[in-house]
Design a binder for this molecule. Structure first.
Ligand code: FAD
Length: 435
C-alpha cells in the first residue's frame, strides 16, 4: 500500500471527486484519489444530462474526446394523469450550436474518461479501495484516511469528501448527520436499447440531436416525485424518483411506479421493442439549501452530493458537483500557495467562494420550494394533474355542450377539489417560493 504523504486525498471518483482531483493535480499538487468501485462510474447513477459549461471550466477542450451521447435540442415537460399528459415543449435549432450546452451521457463511460484525465493530470487513482475511516491528530484535525487495503493510514494535508449522497465516512466521523428521509429521493432507472435510427424517428431527431422528457403527476401516486426519459445514441434512459419519507409512508414500490410509467400510453410507444439491459437505483439529495451540512472543518471539505448540493427543482446535480469540486480544489490550491495550514479557518475560503457561485445562489433562491412541494404533494402530484387533464379534455372534446357551460364545469371542478381559498393559497405560496 502507498506510504507517501499527499497534499490532498479525494474520496470518491464521481463528478465532484474527479473535478476536485483534476483541478488540484493539474496545478501540481500531489493527489491521491480513492474509489470503492471496480472502476470510476461503476457505482454511479445519473439520468443523465451533463451541463457543458461547468465541465468546460475544468477541461475546456472536453468535446474532443469525451464520450458524449446526444446534444439536447428539445425538452418536454409533461403533467400526467393515468391516461393522458398535458405538455409543454421547447425545441430550438439554436441548440445545434458549435459548442452545445447540454448533452446526455452514460456515467459508466463518462466517469472512466474523466478519471483518465485525472490520471493524465498527475493524480494517483486507486479503485476497489474503500475509505473506512478518517484519521485525526490529537487536536482533532483530519490528517489522512484508512482504507480496506492492507497497510497503515495514508496521510494528507486535506481530505476532500466526494463520497456521494449517503457517504458513510463523513457521517461516521460526526462531520455531518445522515440525510433525513424527507430530504432524499430514491430513484430507479432503466436503460432501454434501440437502434439509433428508431430513436431519431420516434423523437424527430437528426444525427446527434437529443430530446428529454421530464414528467410529474399521478405517476408518483401523490408522492413528491418526478419521472424522466432521456435519449442517448442507441438507448433511452428512463426512471422515476420520489422522496424516501413518502415511500416509507405509502409503502409504494419504486419498481411498480417505474412499470406504470413505462406502460403509460404516452410512454409505451416511445420505448416499444426496446431491450432492457440495465437497472439501477440510487438516492438523490433533495432537501435544498436548508439541508446543506457543514462544508469544511479542520483538514476536510465536503463537495457534491456528499454536501447535499443538488438542485431538485431544476433537476441539476452533476453540474453542482463538478463546480463544488472545482472550487474546493481552487481554494485548496490558494491556501497551499499562501503556505497556510489546511485548518478550518483557512478552508472557510471554500465556502466563501462557493457562496458566490451559482451553486449556492440557485439553492438559496428556491430555499422554500422543497418544503412547499413535499408538504403539499397530494395537491401538486395528484389533484392538480388530474384537474389539468380534465380541463384540457373538456376544452378539446366537441360534444355540443355550450362553451360557457364547459368553462363553468372546469372552474367548478377546481373549486370542488381544492376550494377557492385553497387554490388561491397554493398559487400564492408557489409564487412566493418561486420568486
Ligand atoms: C436517477 C438519477 C438521475 C440523475 N439525473 C441527473 C441528471 O440528469 N443531471 C444531473 O446533473 N444530475 C443528475 N443526477 C444527480 C447526479 O447524479 C449527482 O448529483 C452526481 O452524481 C453527484 O456527483 P458526486 O461526485 O458528488 O457523487 P457520486 O457521483 O455519487 O460519486 C460518489 C463516488 O464516491 C464513491 N465512494 C463512496 N463512498 C466511498 C468510500 N468510502 N471510499 C471510496 N469511494 C467511495 C462512490 O463509489 C462514487 O463513485 C441524477 C441522480 C440520479 C440518482
Amino acid at each position: 500500500m502507498i506510504e507517501e504523504e499527499f497534499d490532498a486525498i479525494v474520496v470518491g471518483a464521481g463528478m465532484s471527486g474527479n473535478a476536485a482531483a483534476y483541478t488540484m493535480a493539474s496545478q501540481g499538487l500531489t493527489v491521491l484519489q480513492l474509489e470503492r468501485g471496480e472502476y470510476p462510474g461503476s457505482k454511479n447513477v445519473q439520468g443523465a444530462i451533463m451541463y457543458a459549461d461547468m465541465l468546460e471550466q475544468i477541461i475546456p477542450d472536453f468535446r474532443d474526446d469525451a464520450p458524449l451521447e446526444r446534444h439536447l435540442v428539445e425538452q418536454r415537460f409533461w403533467v400526467m394523469d393515468d391516461t393522458s399528459h398535458t405538455g409543454m415543449q421547447y425545441r430550438s435549432d439554436d441548440f445545434n450550436e458549435a459548442k452545445p450546452n447540454r448533452y446526455t451521457i452514460i456515467r459508466a463511460q463518462f466517469d472512466k474518461w474523466f478519471s483518465r484525465k485525472v490520471r493524465q493530470a498527475g493524480a494517483t487513482v486507486l479503485c476497489e479501495t474503500t475509505v473506512t475511516e478518517l484519521v485525526r491528530n490529537a487536536s482533532g484535525k483530519v490528517i489522512g484516511v484508512r482504507t480496506d487495503r492492507a497497510g497503515g493510514p495514508i496521510y494528507a494535508d486535506v481530505v476532500v469528501l466526494a463520497e456521494g449522497v449517503n457517504g458513510l465516512l463523513g457521517t461516521r466521523a460526526g462531520l455531518r448527520k445522515m440525510p433525513k428521509p424527507e430530504s432524499v429521493a430514491l430513484a430507479v432507472k432503466e436503460m432501454h436499447f434501440l437502434p439509433d435510427e428508431v430513436i431519431e424517428q420516434r423523437f424527430g431527431l437528426q444525427g446527434d440531436e437529443g430530446c428529454v422528457i421530464e414528467a410529474a403527476g399521478t405517476i408518483s401516486r401523490s408522492m413528491a416525485g418526478l419521472a424522466f426519459l432521456y435519449t442517448n445514441k442507441e438507448s433511452i434512459s428512463l426512471g422515476i424518483g420520489c422522496l424516501v419519507s413518502d415511500f416509507a409512508q405509502t409503502m409504494e414500490s419504486p419498481y411498480v411506479l417505474l412499470d406504470n410509467f413505462k406502460n403509460h400510453a404516452s410512454i409505451r410507444p416511445l420505448i416499444a421493442g426496446s431491450e432492457v439491459k440495465e437497472y439501477s437505483a440510487h438516492l438523490i439529495p433533495e432537501g435544498g439549501y436548508k439541508a446543506i451540512p457543514q462544508l469544511f472543518g479542520d483538514g476536510w471539505v465536503a463537495v457534491g452530493d456528499a454536501a447535499q448540493l443538488n438542485n431538485a427543482i431544476h433537476r441539476e446535480g452533476s453540474n453542482l458537483a463538478m463546480t463544488s469540486g472545482r472550487i474546493a480544489g481552487e481554494a485548496i490550491i490558494e491556501i497551499k500557495g499562501r503556505n497556510q495550514p489546511m485548518i478550518r479557518r483557512n478552508l472557510a475560503l471554500y465556502k466563501t467562494m462557493l457562496d458566490k457561485s451559482f451553486v449556492v445562489k440557485d439553492l438559496m433562491k428556491y430555499k422554500d420550494m422543497p418544503a412547499l412541494i413535499h408538504t403539499n404533494s397530494r395537491n401538486f402530484f395528484m389533484t392538480y394533474p388530474q384537474l389539468m387533464s380534465q380541463a384540457a379534455q373538456n376544452f378539446m372534446r366537441v360534444d355540443g355542450t355550450p362553451k360557457i357551460e364547459k368553462e363553468k364545469a372546469t372552474t367548478a371542478a377546481f373549486i370542488k377539489a381544492r376550494s377557492r381559498w385553497g387554490l388561491i393559497s397554493d398559487v400564492v405560496r408557489l409564487a412566493l417560493a418561486w420568486r
